[in-house]
Design a binder for this molecule. Sequence first.
Ligand SMILES: Cc1cc2nc3c(=O)[nH]c(=O)nc-3n(C[C@H](O)[C@H](O)[C@H](O)COP(=O)(O)OP(=O)(O)OC[C@H]3O[C@@H](n4cnc5c(N)ncnc54)[C@H](O)[C@@H]3O)c2cc1C
Length: 504
Amino acid sequence: MKNKEYDIAVIGSGFSGSLMALGLDKLGYRVILIERGSHPRFAVGESSTPIADMILRDIADRYDLDWLHHFSRYGSWQKHHPGITCGRKRGFSYYRHHPGESFRTDERHARELLVAASTDDQQSDTNWYRSELDAFLVSKVQEAGIDYVDQTTITSLDRTDGFWKMKAYYQKKLKTYSSNWIIDATGNGSLLWQLGVRSSDEHFKTHSSAVYSHFTDVKPWQSWLDDHGISSRDYPYDPDWSALHHLLDEGWLWMLRFNNGITSAGLVLDGNQESRWSGNKEMIWQEVVGRYPSLTELFEEAAYAEQPGSLTATQRLQRRADRIFGEGWVALPHTAGFVDPLHSTGIAHTLSGVERLLYAFENRSLGSASRNEYLFSYEKAVFNELHFIDLLVDGCYKARGNFELFSTYAMLYFMAAVCYEKKRISGSFDIEAHGFLSANHPQLPTLIRECHRELEQLVSASDLTGKMVRSFRQKVQKAIEPYNTVGLLDPATPHMYEHTAADI
Ligand SMILES: Cc1cc2nc3c(=O)[nH]c(=O)nc-3n(C[C@H](O)[C@H](O)[C@H](O)COP(=O)(O)OP(=O)(O)OC[C@H]3O[C@@H](n4cnc5c(N)ncnc54)[C@H](O)[C@@H]3O)c2cc1C
């Protein structure tokens, strides 16, 4: 392998790197996939969405990867790959907790919001158990005959005469690789630093960090509700089989269940609050979860799963590179930047990058000027999308102290998602022209910016009243009316949405 020259080296074998390699191989490129670690390995970022599933299906069709279809719905995943763990994800659920109080609500669901994304379990989205799914995708890369090297750390990158020369270490042995192009799928942007690219958090309003792990024996939330006599009679699904968000004063806690008894759980802490968290991650976890009696009960019997075996704590999550393409290289969206896990935009955004970059390489005879032009607009689009997601997420953080305000503002995300889904299935979706999540829709970004501005004013008011919140809700309802085909903010179904994703 060491003297072979490649057209494209994909660096990083998360799902994005493997899908990129598989698609490029189908397009006839000579590809190598280089991974620093080895599979199976723990990875966070597990909750997929209807948009992610749509893109997965389209990549499967366009690049003749039929088997990929199976992973786009819970039913087909279970039928064809029961050995690869996943979880059912029927929608997005949000519960507002208050310190020192057991969770409580009322008949009009004053502290709960459930938004179904699918009509039944068969059509459902999934929580990806990344260690198994990513390992499977790498096995498909190898099966396709694509060169794959793991435990390989690139130590230097030089570009001469249109070729990258990479020096890398595999088990203390020096290896060299060369390729025309590098696609950075490292997720964390570590390769970008070697290319001299800077990353910063200065572009973001959202300010959060996370403490997370995989756990066994987390009590199901539905059992907790049943034990405490809280009716779930009109729930559209069992909330344990959804992306469960517990909103807290300090931020929020995610819970994503898998079929193997493991639950991914993570605290996301709001750094825009005065109390910044420092110190030991176990202490932070115990202290925050310990303030909420209902959450404490959920974790009473829980233990860390074997993988990863402990908590991970992050720095501020928000980051964005100042460039995401250059001569002979380009980065995927998660390498380019990240906002926050709230509303699970990560997997879908990453897949939309895979789709757009595969498209960029479809035309093999494209001159470098035209390809650079395409990549320039890709970069602009990804930056714009990160900004768009930031507005949607930051508003939810700001609103979360008042659940009515939160459940109003959160609808802007669902509206943006439904508009994008409808565009995709309308047959008029143009990969080149349409960015991710309606970020370049002619009206929606302005609408969201205005709602965000108004929300900022509301939450900074010292005398936020129920009337002000109701008036904001009415304004949002009116503003989204032209796009609201799924009954968002319908007073007849307070906080319970039976099915919001666009029908496929
Ligand atoms: C705390 C947190 C929670 C999240 N939750 C969600 C969620 O619920 N839903 C959602 O949709 N998204 C979520 N995301 C985002 C999600 O994690 C990403 O979208 C997804 O991981 C991107 O996949 P990827 O394959 O591009 O990168 P990764 O999953 O990061 O994979 C990158 C791969 O590259 C390898 N690598 C790294 N550096 C190098 C190097 N220098 N050389 C070679 N190989 C290298 C790594 O070992 C890894 O295998 C979350 C992110 C975070 C941080």
